[in-house]
Design a protein. Structure first.
Lengths: 253, 265, 252
């Protein structure tokens, strides 16, 4: 029963936080190691009032949204071509495979050297990470389409354009969304890495700032915000998945 | 003198629904199956015959009623292994070879040597000697069902429950498997309950055909099959076979029509 | 034909890279020719051998992290699949931990565990554990109901049901989880070594990045990519060996 699961989930979160608060209050003398939740909240409140929070949050979000949307467009387009045309797939495959197998964060130094420390380099990071995932998944979706459906579209004398947007793309949609979901997590990581390395705003910057000044409540604020962003984007994608491909069972995580 | 092996008393299965009338799948089924008897159950789709077989086996619990085997009441899956179940689909464990699949019910109950011998002899019985070390994916659908049958027979059950075992096979393989089952049954001498939606299959194989009503399933009628054994394919053109097939078909047709009308209202 | 096109693609890409590096950019602090990278790689492997300490340091962190992740992830995944109550209580924390970019935890772990190997292993662990856990969970849960019924119809005990049906059926899922974990584990290594390390491939890359030493940067990234491909392939081989029945079963 979903209601019960929700209730247990809330109970678990509330209980965990309470335990955390009590334990840290009772056992630890200074807040450096693990600040109690209330200190984290106080720090969050202070950051909000000073407008600092707004600045970091909007910087990260902006980078993320710009990179992600460009990646969706380019990724789906190239992925479609890779799925449709064998020669294009062969051409792209070795490079995509290489790009894909390099850890996100090994890539960031290059981007910073080439594109500087501004917004643009972070957008590139997000773009690179997400686009590859979407591309590979779109191509897989287009490739694995059931030939019967193509025969069906031929027998109905659908035009090539109709075949594309009535048959091929809907058939590949679940794959595309999976690509997006994979991309989101990695892209968020990428943006934070880039901000950690070199930036003057953003949640990654906040994280570095807090850890360098040993301000652990602030550090936890950054962690909690990042968690919220992760969970938020995850829920959004899942909702989108249910809306766009309702015929398909959605994954739990 | 007929000795009853399986006895069902007022077996009912319903699924409780919150704030509504419970969803009744089958109701007040009482049935006795005698030693060595082959009983088929036919009925319209969704009449609860497969569910009933699972309840008999203990895979599902009945809402009320009792199940006796050799006079001993059966509860859930705790008791001794006295029933063999032949599943409809590809229920062979894909990570086990044919032989290992047949061994599943014997492991830990018999010494390994003896278990191996029993498993081999049953593979031989179903005509699969030489395929002991094949994985399920290397076997055809008909062969998989043979292993399925061997696996259920190998534990020497008092009664064999078969849940539409040939439903997924193509028509030719299906006919062939029916004849094979006749042969195997005459050798293994087991008491069998056989679920099917194919009337000719039921008549060909059985001593008795039980017709289920539409949901909630009840026993609508029973027919003794007046055909001598051993039987072969020619029996299908025997006039008694054809007549019985017609009678049963009429009854099922009535049930299907009635359920269609009630669902339209 | 297919292979040829790929080869041409790789070769022409490399030539293009070489031309861009030597003719267009011509600044060794921005981009160097692939030839320079290969020469540097050769030097680091066979002449100065300076690559190996880094490789060894990273490998240990990676292996420990993976091992602990498997030891924790598989049982926990099973437990969550078999007990809905556990799942409901663990789920919110897991979703939060899983969806948060792992790097956010790096400073926290560093704060708790210090800058030696423990905190690095913890970071790798955090990266690896979720794909393993999630796959174990799904493996255990999607074990076809029919298989479980088979076990129950043969009156297998709870233990036998687990050992003979549930466990073997989820092996392919666990292995797939391990394969996914390789990439995330390597990212974890890079993150871990970036924060206060003195050796390791991650350290190599960041040090090179900060000093604009492009050849070493490329070598480091290439080693990472190769390790990823290598680990992936090794697990694929293990998968084929461990589940010989799987291959055609999957295509059904």
């Amino acid at each position: 029963m979903p209601g019960q699961a929700l209730r247990r989930g809330c109970l678990s979160i509330a209980g965990g936080l309470l335990l955390w608060e009590i334990l840290t209050r009772l056992l630890l003398e200074n807040e450096l190691l693990i600040p109690p939740p209330t200190s984290v909240l106080r720090s969050l409140w202070k950051l909000t009032l000073s407008g600092e929070l707004n600045r970091h949050l909007s910087a990260t979000l902006f980078e993320f949204v710009c990179g992600f949307s460009t990646a969706c467009i380019v990724g789906i387009l190239l992925g479609y071509l890779m799925g449709r045309y064998r020669w294009f797939d062969d051409l792209m495959d070795p490079w995509i495979a290489t790009l894909y197998s390099i850890p996100v964060i090994a890539f960031v130094p290059f981007i910073i050297i080439w594109f500087g420390i501004g917004l643009f380099s972070k957008i590139i990071v997000v773009f690179k990470i997400t686009a590859v995932a979407i591309m590979l998944n779109t191509a897989a979706g287009i490739k694995t389409i059931d030939p019967v459906w193509l025969e069906l579209s031929n027998s109905l004398r659908l035009s090539p354009w109709e075949t594309t947007y009535k048959i091929r793309l809907p058939a590949a949609l679940p794959y595309i969304i999976t690509g997006m979901r994979l991309g989101v997590g990695r892209a968020l990581l990428g943006v934070i890495v880039a901000e950690l390395m070199a930036a003057n705003a953003g949640l990654g910057y906040l994280l570095r700032d807090a850890s360098e000044t040993w301000d652990s409540p602030k550090l936890f604020v950054a962690v909690v915000l990042l968690a919220a962003m992760g969970v938020g984007s995850f829920i959004l994608i899942r909702k989108g998945e249910q809306k766009l491909a309702p015929w398909r069972e959605t994954a739990e995580w | 003198m007929a000795v009853p092996v399986l006895e069902l008393r007022n077996l009912t299965k319903e699924i409780p629904a919150a704030g509504q009338e419970p969803f009744v799948i089958f109701k007040n089924i009482s049935l006795t199956v005698n030693e060595g008897e082959f009983v088929s159950i036919v009925g319209p789709s969704g009449c609860g015959k497969t569910t009933m077989l699972r309840v008999i086996n203990g895979l599902l619990t009945p809402s009320s009623g009792q199940i006796f085997i050799d006079g001993k009441e059966q509860k859930g899956t705790d008791g001794d292994l006295v029933m063999g179940f032949v599943f409809q689909g590809a229920s062979l464990l894909p990570w086990r070879t044919s032989l290992k699949n047949v061994l599943l019910g014997l492991e830990g109950k018999k010494p390994p040597q003896e278990a191996g011998q029993i498993a081999r002899s049953h593979l031989n019985l179903v005509g699969l000697s030489g395929f002991e070390n094949h994985y399920p994916h290397q076997l055809s659908g008909g062969m998989q069902q043979r292993v399925n049958l061997a696996r259920a027979l190998a534990v020497d059950p008092r009664i064999l429950l078969m849940d539409e075992p040939f439903a997924a096979l193509d028509a030719q393989t299906r006919t062939f498997m029916q004849l094979e089952l006749l042969r195997i049954w005459s050798q293994a001498k087991k008491t069998v309950i056989f679920i099917t939606h194919m009337i000719s299959e039921a008549i060909l194989l059985s001593d008795r055909v039980v017709v289920f009503s539409r949901r909630p399933g009840r026993i609508r009628s029973e027919f003794a099959v007046p055909l001598a054994r051993p039987r072969d394919i020619d029996i299908k053109s025997d006039h008694r076979f054809v007549e019985l097939e017609n009678v049963v078909w009429k009854q099922i047709e009535e049930e299907v029509k009635a359920s269609r009308e009630s669902s339209l209202i | 034909m297919k292979g040829a096109l790929k080869l041409i693609s790789i070769l022409s890409g490399l030539v293009l890279w070489h031309l861009v590096a030597t003719r267009v950019v011509n600044d060794s602090s921005l981009l160097v020719s692939p030839l320079v990278v290969i020469a540097k790689g050769y030097e680091m492997m066979f002449v100065t051998a300076e690559l190996y300490p880094h490789l060894v340091a990273s490998s240990w962190i990676f292996l420990y992290g993976m091992l602990i992740a498997a030891l924790v992830g598989v049982p926990l995944g099973f437990l969550m699949a078999l007990s809905p109550v556990t799942r409901d209580y663990v789920n919110p924390w897991m979703t939060a931990l899983y969806t948060t970019p792992r790097i956010a935890f790096a400073p926290v772990l560093l704060l708790w565990l210090g800058i030696d190997i423990a905190s690095k292993i913890a970071i790798v662990f955090l990266g690896c554990v979720f794909p393993i856990l999630i796959n174990s969970f799904y493996g255990m849960r999607v074990v076809s109901r029919e298989f479980v019924e088979v076990g129950r119809s043969f009156r297998l005990s709870g233990v036998a049901l687990f050992v003979k049906i549930l466990l073997p059926a989820s092996v392919p899922f666990i292995l797939a989880g391990l394969r996914l974990a390789v990439g995330r584990g390597l990212t974890g290594v890079a993150i871990a070594e970036w924060f206060g390390a003195t050796e390791g491939l991650g350290y190599l890359i960041f040090f090179a990045g900060q000093t604009f030493n492009i050849p070493i940067l490329f070598v480091g990234v290439a080693v990472f990519a190769l390790l990823g491909i290598f680990g992936f392939q090794v697990l694929k081989i293990i998968e084929n060996l461990a589940t010989p029945w799987r291959k055609e079963f999957e295509t059904k």
